[in-house]
Each structure stands twice: as C-alpha cells, then as structure tokens.
Design a protein around this ligand. Structure first.
Ligand code: URA
Length: 246
C-alpha cells in the first residue's frame, strides 16, 4: 500500500513529522536510491529501499518489545498507583502505540510483552488459544502433592472453572514453578490462596515460546525474527517479518 513518506518514517520511530521534514529538506532521505525532499511523496514502504543519511532502514509493519518488569511498576497507564511500565522503555524504542499483552501485578516481576499488533495481542490473551505462561513463585508454606493434583484437575475459583495447570515443586518446597493457560485477575495468587497458602514473590519467566534469557530486570529488547515467528505461530497467525530480518 502506498503511504506518505512522513507517515512511514514516523511509524518507524525516526522522528516527529517536523524532524522528518527537516531531514527531507536536507536531502538525507532516499527511496530506492532517489533523494526525496517532499514529505508528501507516496510509495509502498514494504516494497522499497529506505535510506536515511545513506543508512538502510528496514521497514516493519509491527513492533514487539520484551520487558523484564521489576516490582513497583504498573502495567496499565490508567492505574496511577505506581510508575507506569512505559517508563522502562528505552528512548530508541519509544512510541505511543505500544500495547501490553496481558498484565502483571505491581509487585510481580518478569516477562511482559508489548506489541503494536492488536490482533496478536488479542489472540495471545484470549483463553481460546491457551497460551502457556510459566511463573516462578515463592510461597509462605511448602507446596504439596495435593496442590499438584488440585491444579492439574482444573480448580474452581469462586465461580470460575480454571484450565488444568502444572505445578512443579523445587527441593525447597516453598519454591515452585506453575504453568497456567489463561490470565485471570491475580490468578496465581488466588490459586494458592484457595489452597490455604500465600504467594510472597512472583515472577513470570516464560510466555508462550518467549523466555527472558539474559534480559536483566528493568531491561527491554525487541524480539528477534525467530522469536516473533514463533509467537505468531503460537496463535495461528502468519508473521509479517521483512526478509532482511530473517
Ligand atoms: N497471577 C497473579 O496473581 N499476578 C500476576 O501478576 C500474574 C499472574
């Protein structure tokens, strides 16, 4: 689809429309090898080579950012009871159309995905797709085989019937890993509460095929092409990844 030069470059996070107009006037923008000074110039960004000051810029329709959330940050920008996670986004990844995929409580740490693709976000959070979320938790009381059985059977929380969940207990039985396939409000904490226990520390370590890897607390990184492909495949979507990133 043909789009205006300034719209395309703003979408790629290369500056405000004003800054882009300045770059264009200075003759720093080339499309398919031709200097373009008119920001209203229309072209198909996914079929053209874009260069800024001689550097090739890869066009992407959607962006995805993996965040290792520290405690103390709130996922929703409407919740004013803490610093918003948007404060953790490095300047080079700043954009105003990031959507968090699901939520982590203020005191929960770990893997939080942000995307600009609404359909992807919708599917990843919809119970129909049963995307696995793995949490590491530290508990007040040791976990037991009965907890494993209760979670595996799919427990009832108030009137909600949960999907079967897998609980693994570490040598120190107050430390566990739990895989759930939906994302209800305070789900992990409520599951343990229903078993007469309490979560003292909670961290999401895996979301579908995504893992934190070496990403430090408070750090963010763009998904690699392989990670994005795996994520889209998880919810039956075809990823729109530029060849250059594959
Ligand atoms: N379950 C919870 O209780 N809290 C979270 O932040 C995520 C899952």
């Amino acid at each position: 689809m043909r789009e205006r030069l300034d719209k395309v470059l703003a979408h790629l996070g290369l500056g405000s429309r004003k800054e882009i107009a300045r770059l264009a006037r200075a003759g720093m923008i080339a499309i398919d090898g031709q200097i373009i000074r008119d920001v209203s110039h229309k072209f198909d960004p996914s079929a053209s080579r874009i260069e800024i000051d001689g550097e090739h810029v890869i066009y992407q329709t959607y962006f995805h950012l993996l965040l290792n959330k520290p405690a103390g940050y709130v996922t929703s920008t409407k919740d004013h009871d803490g610093a918003p996670i948007t404060e953790l986004i490095p300047e080079e990844h700043y954009r105003d159309d990031w959507m968090p995929v699901g939520r982590l409580d203020k005191d929960t740490e770990g893997l939080l995905l942000l995307t600009t693709d609404g359909m992807l976000a919708h599917r990843l959070t919809h119970p129909r797709w049963k995307v696995a979320k793995r949490y590491y938790a530290e508990l007040e009381e040791p976990a037991s085989q009965e907890d494993i059985n209760a979670f595996a059977a799919g427990m009832e929380l108030q009137d909600e019937k949960l999907q079967p969940a897998e609980l693994e207990i570490c040598q120190d039985q107050r430390k566990v890993e739990l895989v759930i396939r939906e994302g209800r409000y305070h789900q992990v904490k409520r599951m343990f509460e229903a078993r007469g226990n309490r979560v003292l520390y909670l961290k999401r370590v895996k979301f579908g095929p995504l893992e934190l890897g070496s990403l430090g607390t408070g750090e963010a990184k763009e998904l690699s092409a392989a990670e994005a492909l795996a994520l889209y495949a998880e919810v039956g979507l075809k990823a729109d990844i530029p060849d250059e990133l594959n």
